[in-house]
Design a protein around this ligand. Structure first.
Ligand code: SF4
Length: 328
């Protein structure tokens, strides 16, 4: 008899691990799927998949995801997190993959009523309507509270062995984790970086300045402190890790400043209009003790000089000194 194959959306949290285990217990062949974007990576899912012994597919959908984040049909949650559209996109992509790779259905660890906006009953239905493939989605943890799916009707899955978990109380999930000997799992409730207000504010500003921003532009928000001189972005590395990220993300149109002799932050300048700046190889600058980081000159060459100065300013120890800054 042909083995039933399921693709489980793996967020990395306990619920998605349990959804996979519940299906594996029924003898269903399970593979996990996780998504990679500018706002989350596969790290947690990788660990969780390893713990429960399932193969993980890492799907890079960062371009589509960013476009959705710019204009979500169903709006945002508390911050820049468009959870309903995000789930919808994940479901749609996984359904495409399901079809292509010959899986019978997809499953998620969603629990009814667990999160206010994205996981109430109408949101779950909405997510299902996103795909042209209605009826291919199973939520093993809340299935008994939802209409019977095609998979249950056709006997691919035994509905009796699925669950009727709902709400925020996690006692039943903890009991199931114990049963499946899952000892370590991430704390529940954490969303991706789009749920953080500080990050969301930075992203909002970036998208106002550059509505056509691409993933590479957005990735700079996590590569250092970001300042804006009108629509020119200045990124200051906070440590050596940031400096490495800045060098990795930079393209040949960006300017990167470094201190010639001392160690300090790299400062990157990105101008999407590709203005021809007066360039220098090395410049001697008097680094001020105080700098107003909210105000920038209108003249673009003066902005470049201020950015070069920030290399010394953020190296703190050379404030008040004459120092040479090089263009990398
Ligand atoms: S928290 Fe982030 S990853 Fe999760 S659904 Fe919302 S936007 Fe998507």
């Amino acid at each position: 008899m042909k083995k039933v194959k399921a693709l489980v959306l793996m967020s990395g949290g306990l619920d998605s691990m349990l959804a996979a285990k519940v299906l594996m217990e029924q003898g269903i062949e399970v593979k996990a799927l996780t998504f990679v974007s500018s706002f989350f990576n596969a790290e947690q899912s990788r660990e969780s998949a390893k713990k429960i012994g399932v193969e993980l597919i890492e799907y890079d959908f960062m371009k589509d995801h960013l476009e959705m984040v710019k204009k979500p049909k169903h709006g945002y949650g508390k911050n820049m997190n468009p959870c309903i559209d995000c789930h919808g996109l994940m479901v749609r992509k996984s359904l495409e993959l399901m079809k292509k790779e010959g899986f019978d259905f997809i499953a998620t660890g969603e629990v009814l009523g667990q999160r206010p906006k994205s996981q109430n009953k109408s949101a779950l239905n909405l997510v299902e309507k996103y795909g042209e493939y209605e009826g291919f989605l199973l939520r093993p943890l809340s299935a008994k509270l939802l209409p019977e799916t095609r998979m249950e009707k056709e006997g691919l899955v035994n509905r009796e062995k699925l669950f009727d978990i709902q709400g925020r109380n996690r006692e039943r999930q903890f009991a199931l984790a114990k049963k499946y000997d899952i000892k370590e799992y991430p704390a529940p409730g954490g969303g991706c970086i789009l749920t953080y207000s500080e990050y969301s504010n930075k992203l909002r500003v970036l998208l106002e300045k550059w509505p056509d921003a691409n993933n590479n532009d957005v990735d700079f928000l996590r590569a250092g402190r970001v300042f804006w001189a009108d629509d020119i972005m200045i990124v200051v590395g906070r440590n050596s890790e940031d400096n490495e990220k800045i060098e990795k993300l930079a393209n040949d149109k960006d300017l990167i400043f470094d201190l010639e002799l001392e160690t300090g932050p790299l400062v990157l300048v990105r101008d999407k209009r590709n203005t021809k700046f007066k360039k220098f190889v090395k410049i001697e600058l008097d680094i001020p003790k105080e700098m107003d980081l909210d105000k920038y000159p209108e003249n673009k060459d003066a902005v470049i000089e201020k950015a070069a100065m920030m290399t010394g300013y953020f190296a703190t120890k050379v404030r008040g000194q004459k120092i040479s800054v090089i263009l990398k």
